[in-house]
Design a protein around this ligand. Structure first.
Ligand code: NI
Length: 226
């Protein structure tokens, strides 16, 4: 499932985030790349341990936890602390698959990457190129979203970022270990959740509303690892 999540960040958060991102400190993006993807990766990354990265990371995590669409679609068990990258002057990230397991530096905390996410900080009018291109079983998708919006996609998919030929593309990226590992099961649960929410709104007293709610939870109980 490839899903857009609009308005993860409010305008004031985007503005504050941009101030922190402008301050830096920026390092070569290869620091978090695996052997394979290091050859394809050409960008800059906000120093992971910097005060700016920590504050930004907390802001993004807080926004995700309050976002019902993200929670319903990702069913997150663990989220890798958000990282931040910048592409400019022709920088790009060639085709790659994300590492399956990520360990938070200096800790024993590991995250299996079921889902990848990109949250945009730059306004799309402020740069040319920089599309995130994701290949899945339904074809090739080119993604470039307004600031504050995020895209969620299976970490199993091949993807790349096209060269940024004007301006700068600044974004946050992170991975999610879902309570439901299988993308197909997770997608079914998400569809069912949306349908149940609509039923609960339109027909709150209909007995099927309760019954479908029960089916949702019983499938989640069957498929979730917590
Ligand atoms: Ni990637």
């Amino acid at each position: 499932m490839l899903l857009q999540i609009p308005d993860v960040l409010a305008p004031a958060q985007i503005a504050h985030g941009r101030e922190l991102l402008a301050r830096g400190p920026w390092v070569d993006g290869k620091v978090t790349a695996g052997h394979q993807s290091a050859r394809a990766k050409d960008n800059q990354q906000l120093e992971e341990q910097s005060a700016e990265a920590r504050e930004l990371g907390e802001m993004v995590m807080g926004a995700l936890e309050r976002n019902p669409l993200f929670m319903s679609a990702a069913l997150p068990l663990k989220v890798f602390p958000p990282l931040f990258n910048r592409y400019e002057g022709g920088q790009a990230f060639g085709n790659h698959v994300d590492n399956s397991i990520r360990q938070v530096p200096g800790t024993s905390y590991r995250v299996r990457t079921d889902l990848s996410a990109t949250l945009f900080f730059s306004d799309p009018n402020d740069y040319d190129g920089g599309e995130l291109v994701v290949e899945d079983t339904f074809g090739v998708h080119s993604v470039k979203l307004p600031a504050g919006h995020a895209i969620l996609y299976p970490a199993t998919s091949l993807h790349h970022v096209r060269p940024v030929t004007r301006g700068a593309r600044v974004a946050s990226f992170f991975w999610i270990q879902s309570m439901v590992r299988d993308d197909g099961q997770r997608t079914l649960l998400f569809d069912l959740d949306l349908a149940v929410q609509r039923l609960a709104r339109d027909l709150p007293d209909h007995p099927s509303t309760m019954q479908f709610t029960g089916v949702y939870h019983n499938l989640l109980r069957r498929w979730a690892e917590v």
